[in-house]
Design a protein around this ligand. Structure first.
Ligand code: PLP
Length: 451
């Protein structure tokens, strides 16, 4: 009998982990209490080092769209690692996975996209886009067009530029952000900020904020607008249907490039391949990451419209790229991931079956005294907890109740996330109605414990 390799125990891992600076964490507190050690995943479940099984309602971090434990993805990665584990595409070379993926992405995205650039994360992709936007306007001999407008409470990543695009104050504070040239307008958050207006009126009002900002800055100084079709990390803020058509109109009117950040919405989460499809957005750039590989390997891709690509590809060197741009293993994994999404008709399933079922079940939570609003498109949803649902009064301090509820979920064996006091749901697209029923039972329990 071969000896099993020795595995550490939970406490040993926790001790070793004291050297690890965790992202988005109070590390001093974490070192005190010790992290939960996740050791295994299969399908829609995770296991921790103590043998507890958890239902993952968050698909890792909005990303494991095809679920965990896909052997065919592991096989494709293994084969690629043996054949060509690495090569770059800088010096007049390419390789089959990056070439095949590029054609595949062009075929599956809206018609204005015939060009794609690769990175390894959503953050670096948005950074790259900012560079492309600047290069575009400089090449067009409109060098004053520099400012990029985004939204309060939008999320576009963590690099200095991506965090400047983002409208999260707590990300700006310690690092003196945003950088110059990045400004923010209000978010289309009807439940929290809509007052007595109808969603339709409010959508138009929030789009008007873009026009007002452009007029304030001068259209000759404004380069682009960026937004997530549905704000994810900001609390699953679903804009009224009047919002995006009005934004699109304003971008056209004042000659702004439009960037749709599809890092969460892309690859089926909303029951459409892209959030842009759901809202009818016709953008100049789409940022894609997460669901493109279902998180099995890091990869981001930027779809670049013909309007922009024609200018960027006009006989100059675009001096930009990463060692891992178009990494062969990541690209091979993306191709297999997209094959699975298509073959198992997972996007259609979210659209026709599990998305509507989640809506129906979430609505039942409105009977709960803590629940002010529920909202979802496909398998991207939020449950907003409030102090007084009759007048939409929020908790003080904001965020505590969401954190308490999230911790109860975790103890009960359910992984959810909270943004302020909104509980977020974003499971793998393989979830069945049975998984949604399990999720509902645990959520109801957690809400009762929180109340
Ligand atoms: N854009 C959006 C909409 C995101 O939600 C995220 C991450 O959650 C990012 C960009 C940044 O992606 P990454 O964490 O891969 O850098």
């Amino acid at each position: 009998m071969t000896a099993q390799p020795k595995r550490n125990s939970t406490t040993e891992w926790q001790a070793q982990d004291r050297h690890h600076i965790h992202p988005f964490s109070d590390n001093a507190q974490l070192h005190e209490i010790g992290s939960r050690v996740i050791t295994k995943a299969e399908g829609t479940h995770l296991w921790d080092s103590e043998g507890n099984r958890l239902l993952d309602a968050f698909a890792g971090l909005w990303c494991v769209n095809v679920g965990y434990g896909r052997k065919s993805i592991a096989d494709v990665a293994y084969k690629q690692l043996q054949e060509l584990p690495y090569y770059n595409t800088f010096f007049k070379t390419t390789h089959p996975p990056v070439a095949e993926l590029s054609k595949l992405l062009v075929d599956m995205t809206p018609k204005q996209f015939n060009n794609v650039f690769y990175g390894q994360s959503g953050s670096d992709a948005n950074d790259t886009i900012v560079r492309m936007v600047r290069s575009y306007w400089n090449l067009k001999k409109q060098p004053k067009k520099k400012t990029i407008i985004s939204r309060t409470n939008g999320y576009h990543g963590s690099t200095m530029v991506a965090a400047s695009l983002g409208g999260m104050n707590y990300m700006h504070e310690l690092a003196d952000l945003p950088l110059p040239g990045f400004v923010h307008i209000r978010q289309p958050y009807w439940y929290g900020e809509g007052g007595s207006s109808t969603p339709e009126e409010f959508g138009k009002l929030c789009a008007k904020a873009l026009e007002d900002k452009i007029l304030e800055l001068g259209a000759e100084n404004v380069a682009a607008f960026i937004g997530e079709p549905i704000q994810g990390a900001g609390g699953v803020i679903i804009p009224p249907m009047t919002y995006w058509p009005a934004i699109q109109e304003i971008c056209k009117k004042y000659d702004l490039l439009l960037i749709a950040d599809e890092v969460i919405c892309g690859f089926g989460r909303t029951g459409h391949w892209f959030g842009s499809e759901y809202f009818g957005i016709e953008s100049d750039f789409m940022t894609m990451a997460k669901g493109i590989t279902s998180g099995y390997m890091p990869l981001s891709a930027i779809m670049v419209s013909d309007r922009v690509a024609d200018v960027l590809n006009s006989g100059i060197d675009f001096s930009h790229g990463y060692t891992y741009s178009g990494h062969p293993v990541s690209c091979a994994v993306a191709i297999e991931n997209i094959r699975i999404l298509r073959e198992e008709k997972l996007v259609e399933r979210v659209h026709d079956e599990t998305g509507p079922y989640l809506t129906k079940r979430l609505w039942e939570l409105l009977d709960h005294p803590l629940v002010g609003e529920v909202r979802n498109v496909g398998l991207m949803g939020g449950i907003e907890l409030v102090k007084d649902k009759n007048n939409r009064k929020t908790f003080q301090p904001v965020g505590d109740t969401g954190t308490i509820c999230r911790d109860h979920c975790f103890r009960l064996g359910l992984v959810m996330r909270a943004t302020r006091d909104t509980m977020l749901i974003s499971p793998s697209l393989t979830w069945t109605k049975g998984d949604i029923d399990d999720f509902m039972k645990l959520t109801q329990e957690a809400l009762d414990l929180t109340a």
